[in-house]
Design a protein around this ligand. Sequence first.
Ligand SMILES: Cc1ncc(COP(=O)(O)O)c(C=O)c1O
Length: 436
Amino acid sequence: MTAPGPPSTASARAVDTDRAGRIREEIDTLLVEFFELVEPMPADTCPLSVPLYGAEEVSGALTTMLDQNVTMGARVRDFEREFADFVGARHAIMVNSGSSANLLALAVLSNPSLPGALRPGDEVIVPAVTWATTISPILQQGCIPVMVDIDQNTLNLVPEDLERALSNRTRAVMPVHLLGNPVDMAPLMEFADKHDLWVIEDTCESLGSSVDGRMVGAFGHCGTYSFYFSHHITTIEGGMLVTSDDRIADLARSMRAHGWTRDMVQREEIEAANPWIDPRFLFVNVGYNLRPMELQAAFGLVQLRRLESFNEARRANAAYLLDAMAPLAEHLDFVTEQQGARSTWFGFTVMARDGEIKRRLSDHLEGLGIATRPIVAGNLAIQPAFRDNPHRTVGHLAGATQVGERGLFIGNHPNLSKAQLDHIIGAFTSFFVPKA
Ligand SMILES: Cc1ncc(COP(=O)(O)O)c(C=O)c1O
């Protein structure tokens, strides 16, 4: 192995460390003062999400830039370790988005060096209602998405459809914990074990949700998370792949960063087998560049400590809304948690009796300052990107179509005030029970 030698980039160091320290303290004081000036939203302004970071996150991010340690390094490793501990996985590999985490998971599981790797033409079972970049990476690896229906009460895949989806090419299943509500993982894992399938849990909308006390994302071979601005925690953009499989982790670290051998456990072995190649630039996998920045990890370290309080607030908001809207049950269906599941309520979802009512309700809410969105993207099988590419569907996907037609969600974030919650309740009520 080559001696380490000088680093590829050198960080500038302030010579007058006392003065530098004082400036940093002053900046931190000013940041606290600045964020105290941020006004809460008025009651009649209810966007999907609001910035959930403050002085501490900005200070952490600034530190990376003032220290001039900006590309992936120690902070990313610290965040990965804390994140892995939090979800209960052996490894966490940070990337630059949740979409990248899905791409990396599928790419690693398709790496020919992995025993039982996916091959082009293999089928991957996935729910029809999810984000586009749950399904795109399946196609990008030359595999075939097999879309199953979702249950309108839980928004999660219909377990009975799993058996129906099977063919002799089925090699993986990708459950999606939609909008905070976790999939019942025990039967899914049993099904996957029985048929020897890879399990990739898309947990991008459900960080901190659990089933029987165990965090989702850590049940399968891979779990993926998004730290996009509106998600449970934010690193502005960012994502994470978790796994408890050492081989998957090693490949993920290599393929995240160009496919080179740095960070790989087997690095020395590979170097010894390729003595004619400079080990500093030794490429062993067909990789990408999906690396995050130190600035993002600095955000993540602070946000992760705040996650539980964020999620408790999301749960309390949902409980308050569900309770107050119970009298509207003849007009609306609400999402339910499965037994033993703890949802972290990414948004607050309702299903109207039909599409026409949903559209009018959406206009009414928007008119009162309450942002609405479809339930993710409805039935993805009808979206051109997937309709016009190889795929299979199981049954008629009636649940997915209904959710697309009748469902909407509004923002649910930890900073919603009681006044905003009451405004939301008033807006729903005035739509269904107009005053005489
Ligand atoms: C279920 C799901 N998967 C993947 C993603 C992609 O995450 P990102 O926006 O960080 O790329 C999202 C984004 O919201 C999502 O909702």
